[in-house]
Design a protein around this ligand. Structure first.
Ligand code: C2E
Ligand code: MG
Length: 607
């Protein structure tokens, strides 16, 4: 072994140069590694302000470079400790396997670690990274000379890297964009999978939990606050994941607002305990997010797949967690949970959904879809003033499917547009035939899915129907789901204004179901509102009554027509009369009917 001084002279010479050269650092690491008889050295530098360290240089006695360019993100408290490390014990410390505590470092080859010296690098007062000197044998006693050598080498490297800092920044930012997501600074999917695979190796007493997370209505943040705010939201989620989950091994953003995480916990944790823990954490997290984006109705959806054996296929595990997330999103109201674990029955359900989407076109062509009409009446006299067209599907083996069985599936796919166009044409045709046959005419309400507001072809399609069937627009009402309240208002109000300019009446459907902000009514030029079925409970308690009365009062004062949906009992009707709600619809008067049955009812009334 050469003496410490001549070794440092040698290294100093290499590093005192007018040019930046990666290789000089590599050679210096090798020189010091061999002279101290080490197994491994890792240099880690700060590459962004987001609590991230990247392994920028690596030397190992066996020549392997497993962790080069890997990044680790640290939670706020650990990062604060890094920052305050200068001159303190946090800036220089030793670890030894014999201490009986796990190795505290993420960015080292753990199988090589028996004894470690960890030292931080500072430029002035700024923390710029650290170096780990690793011996594979536990219990190494570092001599005073060795410690001094390490400190002086650290100073030299620190100076060298600071000098070429700008240059390094450019280099590492290239590394980041290829391996790390630009927005959140989290690893990309491929790197995440490698990290999951790595953690498969140590499963004797533990289990891995894969989480797939996304947010209902994330798109509304982009729409309402702009894409920059959307990016900030994602970055914030990434930070919070690290701050919250002490069991976290790795995480990534696989796309859009979909995050994947892998956590490790002891095998004694039951499925129920895992789910409860996740739900507690996520509830707190979403409450805080909702304070900021209070008008976006944000919800978190979490799918979980628990891995207990290392024979499972990683891609399949991730896909199971994703599937469970989709179910959590869809069935939240049914199950009352934001977090679901994977169940093989979910895969069958998915198959059914795919089948519905692929069979829709055929169903339309062969007349499997048909309409029923639910009368809308004056609340006090029960005189029929119109009807709502509601779609049903008589699909091959099924008696008939109701909208709740397929509308959401079609909405998610986008093919709802095709189905709605079919409904609109049927209704226009029906009215023109009734005009021709001198049958009684009354306005028919048709439902407009929120998806039309992304497509922007609704107006021209309706224009072409008006031309083709030459009916009076006063016989068509449009019911627009209240979810539009959280969309970009300009676009929505333009479409509503155009429909009204064509002579149609426009209503907000399902008002009060949770999306409407009060100012929706003043910002959108609509003719009326339909109070949602969810507000019209069987036994209206005092609070329900107050809410309904307020909505009716508000509508009346704004000169809007107000119709209450889902009226089933005489008591509900009496309450509506008392509350001055002029119109109603519901099973109390009539369930949805075929057009022939509706005609018979109208005829009976006119006698
Ligand atoms: P919606 O627009 O709120 O329609 C009213 C729903 O309430 C209908 O359910 C109707 O059958 C039901 N309903 C009416 N009165 C009562 C009652 O007293 N009690 C109960 N429990 N239910 C009552 P349906 O036919 O299952 O339709 C569900 C939803 O599917 C509709 O809700 C609408 O949003 C959507 N939908 C139906 N047809 C179409 C369509 O052609 N296009 C689009 N985009 N959506 C449609
Ligand atoms: Mg409706």
């Amino acid at each position: 072994m050469i003496s410490g001084n001549s070794l440092l002279d040698d290294i100093t010479e290499k590093m005192t140069s007018t040019e930046y050269d990666d290789e000089k650092v590599d050679i210096s690491l090798a020189v010091i590694g061999e002279s101290l008889n080490l197994a491994y050295i890792a240099v880690k530098e700060v590459v962004s302000e987001n609590h991230v360290l990247c392994c920028t240089y690596e030397w190992s006695a066996d020549g392997k470079r497993d962790l080069l360019n890997n990044e680790s993100r640290f939670s706020d408290d650990i990062w604060d400790r890094w920052l305050s490390g200068k001159g303190s014990s946090a800036g220089f410390w030793e670890w030894n396997l014999e201490m009986g505590v796990p190795c505290p470092l993420k960015l080292i080859q753990k199988n090589l670690a028996g004894s470690i010296i960890h030292i931080q690098m500072f430029k002035g007062d700024n923390f710029i990274g650290c170096i780990d000197f690793v011996d594979n044998k536990p219990g190494r006693k570092w001599s005073t000379n060795e410690r001094a050598l390490i400190v002086r080498f650290n100073d030299l490297l620190c100076e060298y890297l600071s000098k070429w800092h700008e240059n390094k920044k450019a280099i590492t930012s290239d590394i980041i964009s290829s391996v790390y997501d630009h927005t959140t600074r989290l690893p990309r999917y491929e790197l995440f999978c490698m990290e999951v695979e790595e953690s498969f190796k140590e499963l004797e007493n533990s289990q891995l939990v894969i989480l797939s997370v996304d947010f209902t209505n994330f798109k509304f943040i982009n729409e309402k606050y702009g894409h920059e705010e959307g990016d900030l939201f994602l970055e914030n989620v990434a930070k919070n994941i690290y701050a919250y989950t002490k069991w976290l091994i790795s995480c990534c953003r696989s796309h859009s607002d979909n995050f994947l995480m892998v956590c490790k916990c002891d095998k004694i944790y039951t499925k129920a305990r895992i789910i409860n823990t996740i739900e507690d954490i996520s509830r707190d997290f979403v409450n805080r997010l909702s304070e900021k984006y209070f008008d976006c109705n944000l919800c978190v959806n979490i799918g979980v797949h628990i891995i207990r054996s290392n024979t499972e296929n990683i891609e399949q595990c991730i896909s199971n967690a994703n599937l469970a997330r989709k179910f959590a999103k869809k069935k939240k109201h049914e199950y009352g949970h934001s977090c679901l674990t994977y169940d093989p029955a979910m895969a069958f359900e998915l198959k059914r959904q795919a089948e519905y989407i692929s069979d829709m076109k055929k169903g339309i062509e062969s007349g499997e879809f048909f309409l029923e009409f639910q009368p809308q009446v004056m609340t006090d006299t029960l005189e029929i003033i119109g009807a709502e067209a509601l779609i049903r599907w008589k699909k091959d083996n099924y008696n008939r499917l109701m909208p709740d069985d397929f509308i959401q599936i079609f909405e998610r796919d986008g093919c709802i547009i095709k189905m709605d166009y079919y409904v609109y044409e049927q209704v226009f045709k029906l009215i023109s035939e009734r005009m021709r046959d001198n049958k009684p005419l009354f306005p028919i309400s048709i439902n407009v899915s929120i998806v039309h507001f992304y497509e922007n072809k609704l107006i021209s399609f309706i224009g072409s129907l008006l031309q083709k069937y030459a009916i009076k627009p006063e016989y068509i009402n449009f019911e627009i789901d209240e979810r539009i309240a959280v969309m970009k208002m300009d676009n929505v109000s333009n479409i509503i204004d155009e429909l009204r300019a064509m002579g149609f009446r426009v209503y907000i459907d399902n008002f009060g179901s949770g999306y409407s902000a009060l100012n929706t009514l003043t910002r959108l030029n609509v003719d009326g509102i339909k109070i949602g079925r969810t507000l019209m409970k069987k036994d209206l308690d005092r609070n329900d009554q107050i809410i309904i009365q307020c909505v009716v009062n508000m509508g009346n004062k704004l000169s809007l027509e107000v119709l209450a949906e889902g009226v089933e009992t005489a008591e509900q009707r009496a309450f509506l009369i008392k509350s001055s709600c002029e119109y109603m619809q519901g099973n109390y008067f009539s369930r949805p009917l075929s057009i022939e049955a509706l005609d018979a009812l109208i005829e009976k009334q006119s006698l």
